[in-house]
Write a protein that binds this ligand. Sequence first.
Ligand code: HEM
Ligand SMILES: *[C@@H]1O[C@H](CO)[C@@H](O)[C@H](O)[C@H]1NC(C)=O
Ligand SMILES: *[C@@H]1O[C@H](CO)[C@@H](O)[C@H](O)[C@H]1NC(C)=O
Ligand SMILES: *[C@@H]1O[C@H](CO)[C@@H](O)[C@H](O)[C@H]1NC(C)=O
Length: 378
Amino acid sequence: MEDFYIFALLTLFFSILFKLFKHKQESHKNLPPSPPSLPFIGHLHLLKEPLYQSLQALSEKYGPILLLRFGTRKVLVVTSPSAVEECFTTNDIVFANRPFTLTGRHLNYNNTTLGVASYGDLWRNLRRITTLPVFSNARLAMTSGIRQKEVKLFLNQLMKGHSCGSSKVELKSKFFELPFNILTMMIAGKRFYGENVDDEKEANQFRYLIREHVELAKPVNVGEFFPILHWLTYRKIERKMVGVMKKMDEFFQNLVDERRQKSSLTESYNMIDNLLLSQEKEPDFYTDEMIKGIILVLLIAGTESSSSTMEWTMSLLLNHPDVMKKVKAEIDIHVGQDHLLEEQELGKLNYLQNVINETLRLYPPGPLLLPHEASDDL
Ligand code: HEM
Ligand SMILES: *[C@@H]1O[C@H](CO)[C@@H](O)[C@H](O)[C@H]1NC(C)=O
Ligand SMILES: *[C@@H]1O[C@H](CO)[C@@H](O)[C@H](O)[C@H]1NC(C)=O
Ligand SMILES: *[C@@H]1O[C@H](CO)[C@@H](O)[C@H](O)[C@H]1NC(C)=O
């Protein structure tokens, strides 16, 4: 809040300066359209939370390719499918870099994790390492049992004490716990919520840390792009980031150490074991920090995105009973009543997939891409 007042005061101050000096916009013929800007802060005064709504409003007014200045940094906002395609297919390598931000430095192991690392050897290696043991189709097929089991446990939990008639269940927290359990099972062979767990307290603390991380890692930390504000608020934000990251790091180090202490590592379904096996062969490359960075990115990128999709889908279905009826009918026809819906059967459920696609369109968990940085002029 303090930051906001400092920002508002500075904005007012510069608006007055602006009026006094009637600062003239230079005209650059080749630059994309841009709203009038203020000296020093650029267009920061036009941005409000949530950022994507401000950007959308501006791009509706100025067009699908829009140039802004966040303090000292030029920002290109691209919104039409054809322009996006041009940036991320034809010119994808030029746009494959990431800006270096406080988020990258303090919340992502000094710029070294997927999502903040720029295009280059490190990025290529991270992609290679995560593709094989985590994202390959073969690996996904191998781990389908984990997800099936977690879904079953999740349903058992929901049914507990609700066996007769209708009663209310609270889904929001369960929709967080399910993808979190699935990911930690795939990553570390360990579950944090539900049955036979004694780490629920630790997990709840971690859940709080994820929220803090997401909050602090928002793409625009106003102070960051504006030198005076940067100087004024820098320390406070930075200290907070370092604190959150220190606790997260402890959590990840525990996960890694627990697996390391298991007497013998073998090829297994969980990612940490596989990475530790590689560490034995190439200790300088597969460092603990690299492993922790991968765990961090998977948990941060994988939990809230999944839980918010499930929450919105369920909320929309409950508010559109006719659609819910069709979803149920489709499952009855293609899956039947004798077993739970299995992952391999999802392909048959076209209507359900449309419902999920429509949910993602209406309420995208990530309305903005992560910021990209151009490595060259185009
Ligand atoms: C509904 C679910 C999800 C949505 C909508 C979503 C969306 C996104 C978006 C928009 C980006 C930014 C891409 C860019 O700017 O280049 C991204 C990156 C990423 N996501 Fe997801 N995601 C989802 C689920 C997941 C899950 C479940 C995982 C892993 C378990 C994951 C892992 C990642 C990673 C590692 C990156 C960084 C890739 C890179 O920088 O090369 N995401 N995601
Ligand atoms: C982080 O990334 C930025 C932008 O890609 C790069 O210029 C910088 O050298 C990187 N810093 C570290 C510590 O890797
Ligand atoms: C990040 O890396 C850079 C360059 O390698 C180094 O100078 C800096 O001290 C590191 N920062 C942190 C917070 O570790
Ligand atoms: C849902 O969207 C994805 C990605 O655009 C697409 O490949 C898929 O065919 C869509 N599903 C249905 C059932 O239309």
